[in-house]
Design a protein around this ligand. Structure first.
Ligand SMILES: [Zn+2]
Length: 114
């Protein structure tokens, strides 16, 4: 299962950082592209399951899905791709290419105050 692998990756990354900071992580924010095919609910569930008895137990996971970006072939403007308005917002041209989806990123970790 894809989400389980991702959850494991996040848990390890947060645990390593917690060890470095010598603090207990209470929340973390991750982001990924909308086409990354990660089910956020499944991911949260998988994370909760594997974080029991680790430093990350009860950590609040926030997952932000980033919109996909597109680049206009005419004026080369980059913009957020919108399914309902598939035109370049700058020149109204409708010939553009989609840019690669945003990778999965661990954006920030919130630690408990000592
Ligand atoms: Zn354009």
């Amino acid at each position: 299962m894809h989400e389980a692998t991702v959850a494991q990756f996040i848990l390890e990354a947060i645990s390593a950082e917690a060890k470095k900071q010598k603090a207990r992580p209470i929340a973390a924010k991750i982001s990924c592209g909308v086409f990354n095919a990660i089910n956020t609910e499944t991911l949260k569930f998988a994370f909760e399951a594997i974080s029991i008895d680790t430093v990350c137990e009860n950590l609040k996971l926030n997952i932000e899905q980033k919109p996909i970006k597109a680049k206009c072939k005419k004026c080369h403007a980059t913009f957020e791709f919108d399914l309902h308005e598939s035109k370049c917002p700058k020149c109204r041209h409708d010939d553009f290419e989609l840019l690669p989806d945003a990778p999965l990123l661990l954006e920030e970790i919130t630690f408990e105050d000592k």
